[in-house]
Design a protein around this ligand. Structure first.
Ligand code: AMP
Ligand code: ZN
Length: 502
């Protein structure tokens, strides 16, 4: 069945047909780089990553463009306080964002661009809007005249004056003709870093950035635009108005919005202070991959409540998948083939693909794979698993993981590479876990505790060898499992037991 998405613009689930066969142009609103992103932001970024991975899985060539909002009120204020230029101040958080993205196995979009590298393009689009009568000047700033764009409100249904409570709005708009009008260009305030342009001295508004960068790299009309649902109004509504007013063409064909990551019934956000950054969680002993898993585990159109209990369950789920993969790789099975299991593998692959085709239903895609894991484990335990099914089960897991990207344990390696790993004892890691959903700590210098030292691993291997010598295979296996959970893989060779970290 064809791929289908819920399109915020039509309010319906629609079949996905790209503008050009086999190719998808996709724009995603990136972070405002004035601080570390929180895991609420990453819910949306993980959703967008699952989306691009599944599009590729379905054979599309994807061109994804992501902007970095590196100029806004907060950045200007914080940069000044830190005695840095806007560019230098933002660069630090752009780097942190890149590190986080790699930790969460987010693929790099084909085009990642900074707003401040596109000031002349923005000036040009604003000039076009002024010439066409969609924009007016007031006290050195330039505003979009909402009244002039008859389709205003077609995305959000917000035609009337005023802003939806909780929606993200600009805080510094000066003299406007109509409260709905929004700033395209903001006159520089005294002492503020600004750009000298044909429009005067100032800086761009937030919305115009995205219109400009999207159309520059994807053309006036493209396939998919996405972000969190807080961006529907006014940000995306305004993007449509600016872009379509300037080009006279439809801007975006499918609008996809992710629901929020919540904490105790409220949206996780910087302003409420109820947030965790990825580094906060790493400092508490959590690895990034289960966080990715947790964020992807709920359908993107449903709110997801963050709790440490849910994260613990995600950790167990990832471990269960990896243990099954380990069994598939290392256990000996009787020769031959089990036709019923072979059919189950094929059915599971079909089920996860069908779930993702159906408006990216990740929850069902997970259920399909866990059903297969359960059946596979039962067959192995009961001696019914056959050698011929090893490859077909491995193939299904590999295909599934092209989208979910949680089977490879690269956490330690990455954390070590980014200096986010510290030596510590197991109880120190456990003590770092918070019982409640949020207790207000932020620790930017956080590092994940490495649970076992080399000496401790060697000692456990010696224990296991002793258990094997007295033919206590249950104990030996238990130790192997414990080491596996700690990220250590054992390999028994003629020369003895070798080990490596995953
Ligand atoms: P920002 O850095 O505020 O521009 O946000 C970056 C992305 O994160 C946008 O797509 C937002 O819609 C999204 N976002 C912000 N808060 C949350 C949240 N609590 N849950 C999911 N997405 C969010
Ligand atoms: Zn945007």
């Amino acid at each position: 069945m064809a791929l289908r998405f819920y399109n915020t613009l039509s309010g319906r689930v629609e079949e996905f047909v790209p503008l050009e066969p086999g190719q998808v142009g996709m724009y995603t609103c990136g972070p405002t780089v004035y601080d570390y992103a929180h895991i609420g932001n990453y819910r949306t970024f993980v959703f967008q990553d699952v989306l691009r991975r599944f599009l590729k899985y379905r054979g599309y060539r994807v061109r994804q463009v992501m902007n970095l909002t590196d100029v806004d009120d907060k950045i200007i204020r914080e940069a000044r306080a830190a005695g840095l230029s806007i560019r230098d101040y933002a660069a630090r958080f752009i780097r942190a964002f890149e590190v986080d993205r790699e930790l969460l196995s987010l693929e790099t979009p084909e085009v990642v661009v900074r707003a401040t590298d596109h000031i002349p393009d923005m000036v040009q689009l604003i000039q076009t809007l002024v010439e066409k009568g969609y924009a007016y000047r007031s006290e050195g700033s330039i505003y979009f005249r909402v009244e002039a764009f008859k389709d205003y409100g077609k995305l959000s249904g917000m035609k009337l004056a005023g802003n939806r409570p909780g929606a993200r709005v600009d805080s510094d708009e000066y003299e406007k003709d109509d409260v709905r009008d929004f700033a395209l260009w903001k006159a520089a305030k005294e002492g503020e870093e600004a750009w000298e342009t044909p429009l005067g001295r100032g800086r761009p508004g937030w919305h115009i950035e995205c219109s400009v960068m999207a159309m520059k790299y994807l053309g006036p009309t493209f396939d998919i635009h996405s972000g969190g649902s807080d961006l529907i109004f006014p940000h995306h509504e305004n993007e449509i108005a600016q872009s379509e007013a300037a080009t006279g063409k439809p801007f975006v064909r499918y609008w996809l919005h992710a629901e929020h990551l919540m904490v105790n019934g409220e949206k996780m956000s910087k302003s409420k202070g109820n947030f965790y950054t990825l580094r906060d969680l790493i400092g508490r002993g959590h690895k990034p991959t289960p966080i990715r898993y947790l964020l992807a585990s709920v359908h993107f159109r449903k709110p997801l409540n963050f709790t440490f209990e849910a994260l613990r369950q995600a950790e167990q789920s990832v471990e269960r998948l990896r243990n099954f993969r380990y069994r598939l790789e290392h256990e000996a099975f009787a020769a031959g083939s089990n036709a019923a299991l072979e059919a189950r593998a094929a059915a599971a692959a079909q089920a996860f693909e069908a779930a993702l085709d159906d408006n990216l239903n990740t929850a069902e895609a997970l259920a399909a794979i866990f059903e297969l894991v359960r059946e596979g484990n039962t067959a192995m335990d009961g001696g019914d698993f056959r050698e011929a099914q090893r490859a077909s089960f491995q193939d299904v897991l590999r295909r599934w993981d092209r989208i979910f990207a949680v089977l490879e344990d690269r956490d330690y390696e990455r954390l070590r590479r980014f200096g986010l790993l510290r030596e510590a004892k197991p109880d120190a890691a456990a003590a770092g876990r918070a019982p409640a959903a949020f207790d207000g700590d932020h620790d930017a210098g956080a590092a994940l505790a490495e649970v076992l030292t080399d000496a401790e691993i060697e000692q456990r291997i010696a224990e296991r060898n002793a258990a094997r010598q007295r033919r206590d295979f249950a104990r030996a296996d238990q130790i192997r499992q414990e080491l596996l959970r700690a990220g250590v893989i054992l390999e028994d060779t003629k020369a003895g037991t070798r080990w490596k970290r995953k």
